[in-house]
Design a protein around this ligand. Structure first.
Ligand SMILES: *Cc1c(COP(=O)(O)O)cnc(C)c1O
Length: 395
């Protein structure tokens, strides 16, 4: 019999009743160190007092009004995002998938309004993830995501990860833009080199196509800059955000330049919930923390500390781990053991990591993880690795 929850996930047996900072707590009081943060969502950890305060104050006044009216909380968050980024304008969504939908529509509409309606194709990459909508799965193009779901949204060209010459050769007079994650998340924490991203920007400029960055996972402070592309010293035309931007409240955004957004006039797009007062109030508080230079400096310092200790862990357990990759607090351990077994061994030691493609486990802790919690993470991961290598040699 089908479960009452549509069985699209194979879930671990834990069930949490409370979250506190980097910790998730089960009903029986067992505490798990959370290095997954709801897949890079809880940027400030669980139940951050400032977020709880903002949410409860806003909840007492106004939860939802339609986008048919002015929404000051939305205006404030948009103004702050524009001030802190390359963007001239922002549309709020409720998820990364919805941000992808709008980004694809926006790029195509831009060219349509330029009188080049044949420019509808988006170039995307192997291993990418852009969400689970028809556009999202068409963009990623992996067999696993599209098989069985009928006609696929046309207009996506899939290239290898990552070969600039191949990208250059793939651009035609049908190309609307190139969509890429500066650091692939689901694909296994695979960062694009800063030089590759800079070259990609140059290529887009030279060939007159739009650069669309999917920073749903790597954005909002995760890499130690507000947005990951800042490391490469470049700016996109369109950027997808979600996950960390609401700190746990469902919120997403598309950021764009005036030029890229120029086709999106009144009536061309909308969302009932997108940009509602609750989500935007929380988003503003998240951004106040995460965009602060001192906060980002701390992310970088802690990322250095964590990486250094993780490199030691990899060296100490060569039969379990192969290498360390990633940027900032978006880290991945490529495993020699099966990554799902490493994640499970972690659960036994009450530390949470997230599996990704390429046999990687992801470490995406709250950005305000403490030094002591980093030490605790290393010691729990070491015990998990110890357990795995002991059981491997026992065979
Ligand atoms: C998670 C993710 C998405 C999809 O976001 P949802 O909020 O799950 O719809 C899109 N792109 C990237 C890079 C992601 O990591």
């Amino acid at each position: 019999m089908i479960p009452s929850i549509l069985p699209t996930y194979s879930r671990a047996p834990m069930s949490f009743v409370k979250g506190e900072g980097c910790w998730l707590i089960e009903a029986d009081g067992r505490r798990f160190l959370d290095l997954g943060a709801g897949i890079a969502v809880n940027a400030l950890g669980h139940a951050h007092p400032a977020l709880v305060k903002t949410l409860s104050e806003q909840a007492q006044n106004l939860w939802h009004v339609s986008n048919l009216y002015q929404i000051p909380q939305q205006q404030a968050l948009a103004d702050k995002l524009v001030a802190e980024s390359f963007a001239d304008t922002v549309f709020f969504t409720n998820s990364g998938t919805e941000s992808c939908e709008l980004a694809v529509k926006m790029a195509r509409k831009y060219w349509f309004e330029q009188g080049q309606s044949e420019r509808v194709e988006l170039i995307t990459f192997e291993g990418s993830f852009h969400g689970r909508s028809s556009a999202g799965i068409a963009a990623a193009g992996s067999e696993k995501m599209i098989k069985g779901f009928g006609p696929i949204l046309p207009g996506f060209v899939h290239l290898d990860w990552f070969d600039l010459d191949q990208v250059s050769a793939a651009i035609t007079d049908k190309t609307a833009g190139i969509m890429v994650e500066p650091v692939q998340g689901e694909g296994g924490i695979r960062p694009l080199a800063d030089s590759d991203l800079a070259d990609l920007r140059e290529l887009c400029d030279a060939r007159g196509v739009l650069l669309i960055l999917d920073e749903v996972q790597c954005g909002v402070g995760r890499t130690g800059r507000l947005f990951a592309h800042e490391w490469a010293g470049i700016a996109p035309d369109i950027l997808l955000a979600a996950k960390g931007i609401g700190g746990g409240f469902p919120l997403g955004a598309v950021l764009a330049t005036e030029k890229a957004a120029s086709g999106m006039t009144a009536g061309t797009h909308g969302s009932t919930y997108g940009g509602n007062p609750l989500g935007c109030a929380v988003g503003s508080t998240v951004l106040e923390y995460v965009a602060a230079p001192e906060f980002l400096a701390e992310v970088n310092r802690k990322a250095g500390l964590f990486s250094q200790k993780l490199a030691g862990l990899v060296a100490g357990y060569p039969d379990v781990f192969e290498d360390l990759r990633g940027v900032g607090l978006m880290l991945g351990l490529k495993c020699r053991a099966a990554n799902v077994d490493v994640v499970k061994a972690g659960y036994d030691m009450q530390v949470i990591t997230v599996a990704a493609a390429d046999n990687v486990i992801r470490l995406l802790p709250p950005l305000n993880i403490t030094d002591a919690e980093i030490d605790e993470a290393i010691s729990r991961l070491a015990r998990a690795a110890e357990h795995l290598s002991a059981s491997a040699t026992a065979h």
